[in-house]
Structures are given as C-alpha cells and as structure tokens.
Design a protein around this ligand. Sequence first.
Ligand code: AGP
Length: 611
Amino acid sequence: MCGIVGYVGHKSARDILLTGLKRLEYRGYDSAGYALQNKGSLLIRKCEGRVSDLESMDPGDAGSSTVGIAHTRWATHGEPSIANAHPHFDQAGRIAVVHNGIIENFMTLRKELTGSGVTFESETDSEVLPMLISQEVAKGKKLFTAVKDALVKVHGAYGIAVISADEPNTLVAARYGSPLVAGIGDREYFVASDVAAIVSHTRDVIYLEEGEVIEVNLEGIQSDNGHPALIRERIEYVDWDITDIEKDGYPHFMLKEIYSQPESLTNAFRGRLDLVQGTAHLGGLQMSEEDMRSISRIVITACGTSWHAASIGKYLIEAYARIPVQVEYASEFRYRDPVLSPDTVMIVISQSGETADTLAALKLAKERKCRTLGIVNVIGSTIARETDAGVYIHAGPEIGVASTKAFTSQVMALILIAFALGRARHVLNRKQGLELVREIMAIPDKVSKILENSSGIAEIAKEFTYARNFLYLGRGVNYPVALEGALKLKEISYIHAEGYPAAEMKHGPIALIDEMMPIAVIAVKGAAYDKIISNIQVVRARHGRVLAIATEGDTDIESVSDWIIRVPEAPDMLIPLLTVIPLQLLSYHIAVARGCDVDKPRNLAKSVTVE
Ligand code: AGP
C-alpha cells in the first residue's frame, strides 16, 4: 500500500516525482505529498486527496530543485489528512521520510521519543522514522549510517526514502517487507515502490533486497549489501513498454485491461505448449516428471481475486492430475496451525507478489519445509523471489484496482500446471493432451469474440444501476467465477453482491429473492447444465429476474431468462476463461452508469501490503 518515488539528478525533481506518483496512484490515493531539497532547506507540499490536488498546489520556487521524495498514501494509522500525509519530518524540519509499510512497534517507539522531548504532528506510525533518524544524525552520523542504525530499532515492514537538507544531492532508501526498486538513468537516479513510476525515464533497475539500505547520489548507488561494483551486476532490464501503463485511448485502465485479455492469455501460454507430445512445459516450476508424480497433496493460498483463481485451480488439478487440493485464504491460513508436511506442495498466487497475508502464508509453508511454487505477475516481486520456483503469468502491468486480466492469466497458468501434472502422472494421455492444446490455443479468439459482441452488456447494465443487491450463481468450476463476478461488482459499483453455488441457494439465500433482486446465473452448456436450469426455475418461481451467461446457440435458455449474454463453447475446465469476461464487463458498465471511479474505487488499493 502507498506509493513512493524519489529522484536525484539534474532535472526538475518536482515534475519527475509528480509524474511518478500518478503512475503509482493505484497503490493508494487518499493523500499525497513531496519534499524537495531547496537552497539549503526542504520545500514541502502535502494535501488530502489525489495527486492532481498536489499538482495544483503552488510549487513556490520548486523548479530549481533536483532532489526529492514523494508519496501517495492509503491510510492505515490515522485518517487521510494533511498532517498524516507523507513526507514526515524530524522536529527541525531538516530530515524528510516517505514510508510504505507498517511499523509494528511504533507505540513503544513513540512513547520513548515523547519521553525524550519529541513532539509528534501526526497519528501515523511512520513519523517515528524521521525522529529516530534525527537522533542518530545528532550523534554525528551521516544520513546513510543514521538510517541504518535507526532501522535497527524498528519492527515491521518498510520501504522508505529519506532526504536531509544537510546532505545535498543525496537520498537514502531501504526496504524490509515492502518493495523498493532503484532506477539508473543518465547521471540521474530514481527510487520507487514500483517500476511503473520510473519506466518512462529508465529501464535499468535494481530490486532492493530484503533489509538492504542504499545511498543514492550523483556518483551512483552504494549499498550496505556488498561491494559497490556489485550494483552494476544486479541491474535488470524492464522489458515492458510505457504504453502498457497508459490508457491507450480507453476511458479506464480496467476497460483496457479487460480488452487486452486475448493478448494477455496468449502471453500466458506462449512457448509453454507442446504440440507434438500434447503437454505443457513450465521450466519455471523446476520439477521433473518424477517430482510431479511424487506429489501427494497441494495447498493453494491467495487473497481476493487470486483466491478465486486458486479455487478454479482446485477443480483443474483434481480433474486433470488427480491430486487432492486444498484452497486457503492466506489471511486465515497464516494464523492457524495447518497440517503441512514436506511432501505437500504449496502454490501461492498473487498478481502483485507483495500481498502481506499471502507472503506470510508462504513463509509459514517454507518453515514447514514444503516445496513452494508461485503464480505471480509482477516480475521480481517479493513472492516471486521467495518461492522455490514458479510460473510468471506475463499479464503485463495491471493498473486497475479491480483485477481482470491477471485473473484470467492466473487461471491459464493453473490450467497449464494441471495439464503438465496430468500428463506426467498419466491421468491424461497424449491424444487428450493434443486436444487440450488445441482448445487452449483457441481461447484467445473466443475471448475476442465475446469482446467484439459485447455492446449489449452496457445496455443490460443500465437496467441494474438501481440494484441494491445482486446474486451470482454458478456450479462446479463456474462457482468461483460467480464469486469473482460478485467481487468485481462490489469493488467498483458498491452494490452488495454475493456469489453462491447455485444449488446452495435453496438453503438460505432463496429468502432474498424477489422482483427487485437481479440474479446472474452462469448457465453454459456442460456437465451441470440441466441442474442449473432447474436452479433457474426455482428463482423464477419466486419472481427473481435472471441474467443468464449462456452458450451460443442455446435456445432453451431463452424461455427461462430475462437477459442473456452469450459465450462460445469450450471444454468445462476451460470455460471460466470465457464466462468471467461478461461479468467483468457487466460490473464495469454498472459502475460507470452509477458514476463510480472505476479505476480508483473507494477504500481500496491495488496491492495490500498490510495485514
Ligand atoms: C481484486 O479485484 C482485488 N482488488 C483484490 O481482491 C486482490 O485480488 C487481492 O488483494 C490479492 O492481490 P494480489 O493478487 O496482488 O495478491
């Protein structure tokens, strides 16, 4: 949560920081601020609200400043306000800090600091940082050493950037549990919590390691983590394009990302399908066929939309590979005493690769000596690096807070994993494998077709702008799709929505049904079709109004539905990749019709790096 940008160079720091913050706004958008080194002191601007509000503040003579730090916040400790906005300062106003993460022992530190005469301006945990650093500087230490020594007293998670009015052209940054990346340009250097903030300036980056502290000045980057020369060897090249993080003519990132799914799905399976042997190859898993045959149990853990993908993964792996799979909310898993043994494979799914609960669940599995595999989008993210092996989904940057293309790519990665396991374990034969390869490769065109024919969804959405509640029903592998449809609607339109296994409805939610309650039913042709038609009949008998997600050419559905959105046919196990698309579009259009801020829904942030 929260976004950090820092700059040391020869250009206007304010401009670079503001552009960077705009690219990070998906991480938090309730308040923002910057601090610049300016003629021997610090020039500070902070506001409640968006980065655009910060931009419209009088910059004073910020134009001459070439060093600074900035922050966009998602409140954890203390409401969104100017006082709680970052940067935070020491009492003399000479040291400024921006922080992402949580200082868990901040109460104790605050008490100690207050006891020694320090006065705090904010309610945040972060404000202890400049105070602690200032105490170390007062002992005669340079900023770099002062930051290192101050951080020894801190428990929790942090990505920080620090500047001092007394050390011109110098910025110190550190990370522990919150991501931080340093960018290397032409006589200019950047730090940011996400590459998106700096990719328009440089593609040469270094991902800070856990616990690492760096000093950035006009001569380069120095780390406390080994010899300075090693920094050059750690440079990685960011291979995605700036257009990936721009709206590209779409009104919202979410819509752009929904429409990019034919391409992102292709990227997820590109180079991974074997058209001769009829299998999938995932080198990143680092598993031999023998390893795959020896797995006795799989646990998949994740949060939110990634948990819904995990739930589809259970159906896939059990059907294709006959391995028992347990799916766990990472936030629950981490706080119980789960039964895990070294023959358990733990799969961790995360778009951002930074979700705190998922990371904690991963750490628990590692302590219990499980083999851990990641299904991650963000390259070089903490979960990608902490897992033993894994699969990148290659969806490209996902900016919309509501996850769409990452979800379908996660499901695609799970299909490939289930496929590879199924072939290695001889549950699927070569003929079945070749058929599956063909079906997988046909998916992007089928998604394109849904998107091309989707103009009616915006019309249907208008019917539902009034709705206060919404029910989503599905069976089998489409049950997690129903959950995902409901989550999408809740997140961006603020309409209460619930996903339910269709047959469970009669055990309770049926009481909610009346003519005011729209019910989206995933009623595609397949194993559960007849059953789901019966479930629809039950709904209609109670005057519920049914929006069916149905298969092209199915005429039987017409007599039992008020609205129909069609998807092409696909094998049962691949169908979530199609059925979810109309639900993504439906929630998008409902939210737009209700005037909601689709890309920045209230109270949410893209990456939840706090518990
Ligand atoms: C998705 O629309 C949500 N914003 C949210 O549920 C998200 O999927 C969840 O926070 C997990 O994030 P991750 O995939 O980055 O770990």
